[in-house]
Design a protein around this ligand. Structure first.
Ligand code: DX5
Ligand code: ZN
Length: 240
């Protein structure tokens, strides 16, 4: 089995030194960066307000190569596809729970699925890769019809409620990772797309092994890396 990719979440870094923090990531062999875009509306907290396309653009201008995964936890995420593409995002990871029109009447799941499909089409036609993220309380089977379209190459399994770093790992994520592996391995996954399984939230030294055993390909980690007492590089080594 391949070693999982460690993807630092910039949410936990020193925002006054974004350039220096990203250099640390690259120097430690982590060229796969996770950018949490929160608007304080979808997440309904004034503290959950983070980065926008301008930040992504500045990072891209300075660093041509890293993968920039933009995790969109915002109200009306569709508005951000083009600005993020122009800014140089590699991939949009949208939140499944933000899909649908929120109106009563009609089938909610159908609504969510058709808006997710339309959004994935937008994202990929703008030249970005597309992933979907699910909250801890969302059943993983709900997104299989979306994955069946073959437009997505990544699933972000949230092991915390999105909004803050440093929360405790919720083990519901483990079963979801296993189900996603099954989905992929039974080649139910269409068009031979290499579906990557990412786990996001609460990943640290004590939770990482169960996550990798379950079969995650990418580990997002914020607090465990940027707030490690012995520094970033030591933290990456420990996690590896
Ligand atoms: C959850 C975010 C994560 C977060 C993880 O709100 O989507 O990306 O930064 O942070 P840690 O690793 O501190 O749990
Ligand atoms: Zn995230």
């Amino acid at each position: 089995k391949d070693e999982p990719i460690i993807s630092p979440s910039l949410l936990a870094c020193d925002w006054s030194d974004m350039k220096g923090e990203i250099k640390k990531c690259l120097d430690a062999g982590c060229p796969w960066l996770h950018v949490d875009v929160f608007d304080g509306v979808f997440l309904d907290s004034p503290n959950a307000l983070t980065f926008g396309p301008q930040m992504v653009g500045s990072i891209r201008k300075r660093f041509a190569d890293p993968v920039l995964d933009v995790h969109l936890c915002v109200d009306r995420p569709q508005r951000y596809a083009r600005p993020m593409a122009d800014a140089g995002a590699t991939r949009i990871i949208f939140q499944w729970e933000a899909m649908g029109d929120g109106n009563d009447g009609g089938d909610e799941l159908d609504d969510a699925l058709s808006s997710a499909i339309a959004f994935a089409k937008d994202i990929t036609s703008l030249g970005m890769a597309c992933g979907v993220s699910i909250n801890p309380e969302t059943d993983v089977a709900t997104i299989f019809p979306l994955l069946d379209t073959g437009m997505l190459d990544l699933v972000d399994v949230l092991a915390v409620e999105p909004g803050f770093g440093g929360q405790q790992f919720n083990h519901v994520a483990i079963q979801k990772i296993e189900s996603l592996r099954q989905y992929r391995d039974q080649s139910l996954s269409p068009r031979g797309i290499d579906l990557k399984i990412l786990v996001d939230g609460g990943v640290n030294n004590s939770t990482s092994s169960v996550v990798t055993d379950a079969g995650a390909d990418i580990l997002v980690a914020g607090t465990a890396l940027f707030r490690h007492p012995r520094g970033f590089e030591a933290a990456v080594k420990e996690l590896r």
